[in-house]
Design a protein around this ligand. Sequence first.
Ligand SMILES: NC(=O)C1=CN([C@@H]2O[C@H](COP(=O)(O)OP(=O)(O)OC[C@H]3O[C@@H](n4cnc5c(N)ncnc54)[C@H](O)[C@@H]3O)[C@@H](O)[C@H]2O)C=CC1
Ligand SMILES: Cc1ncc(C=O)c(C(=O)O)c1O
Length: 309
Amino acid sequence: MIRRIAIIGLGTMGPGMAARLARGGLQVVAYDVAPAAIERARSMLSVAETVLDALAIAPPPAGVGTVRFTDDLGDAVSGADLIIENVPENISVKGDVYRAIDGLIASDTIVASDTSGIPITKLQEHISHPERMVGMHWSNPPHIIPMIEVIAGETTAPQTVATIRDLIRSIGLLPVVVKKDVPGFVENRVLYALLREAVDLVERGVIDPEDLDTCVSWGIGYKIAVIGPMALLDMAGLDIYKSVSSFLNADLSNRDDVAPMVLEKTNASKFGIKSGEGMFSYTPEQTKALQGERARKLVAVRRILEGRE
Ligand SMILES: NC(=O)C1=CN([C@@H]2O[C@H](COP(=O)(O)OP(=O)(O)OC[C@H]3O[C@@H](n4cnc5c(N)ncnc54)[C@H](O)[C@@H]3O)[C@@H](O)[C@H]2O)C=CC1
Ligand SMILES: Cc1ncc(C=O)c(C(=O)O)c1O
């Protein structure tokens, strides 16, 4: 039974995750190596709580469902039933965290990674009880998106997968168990196939970035929230898919490196919202307004998709 959860890493993903787990009645202890990240996470927590209220996710009974921040790793993991590692997408950084907690946790504590796509089997090499390690891949923003992928590595015990799947279900979220530990799992394999083509089309001057977003959001995104890709094939007709894919697949981007446009921007520290410029530019005021507007729209869409409006 999972009651106490330690979250390690409070960047983009950690604070929303902490808020959502606490709303599910769990006791969360949140840790980051950077004091500034802890301070930022404190303020993001109340923003996430407002969004959870708007989603009408009922608060837990008084006394349960808390978030406590700490700057001490030992304090964070002590007595935890589950640790969610949420540090940068880098095997060596993640491996250092697993080695640091190895001697501090009980042998039956589950260690989950929110990795976007590093195979869990590779992460398991860095921990002494690999049967207790599992992938728990949330989607951004984690307090709003209900689907979480659960991935077993080669040596993950089936019971570990079942415990995490049941935990996700028990707080009203949607677990999807991925059957093979492939890089990127399922969500990011599909997303990165789309992003590779989108970046390529913009880079080749086929379309402007703003128009690419209009095309995908209103043409594909809006529809796919209601009709998933497998159901869409049936709606369009497999005969149509066969005809179009027979000439189009060969013309789609198959580049296996990072696109020059992305390298150019990242080399100039243009990372997107977090640096004020990426594909588009953002002032701090625009960022704040955009985040509020996106949260409001995602909440409204989710309420409709769940049949609550
Ligand atoms: N950004 C996204 O949209 C998503 C990211 N992920 C995955 O979640 C993980 C975290 O991603 P983000 O939150 O975006 O990263 P981030 O870079 O925003 O935050 C990482 C945090 O980890 C902290 N950190 C670094 N080393 C640490 C250590 N040794 N101990 C404790 N804290 C440490 C940093 O100070 C930072 O606050 C990555 O594996 C990423 O691939 C998963 C889903 C979505
Ligand atoms: C670009 C991108 N990469 C990874 C992830 C998740 O792992 C996301 C997301 O939205 O969740 C993403 O947008």
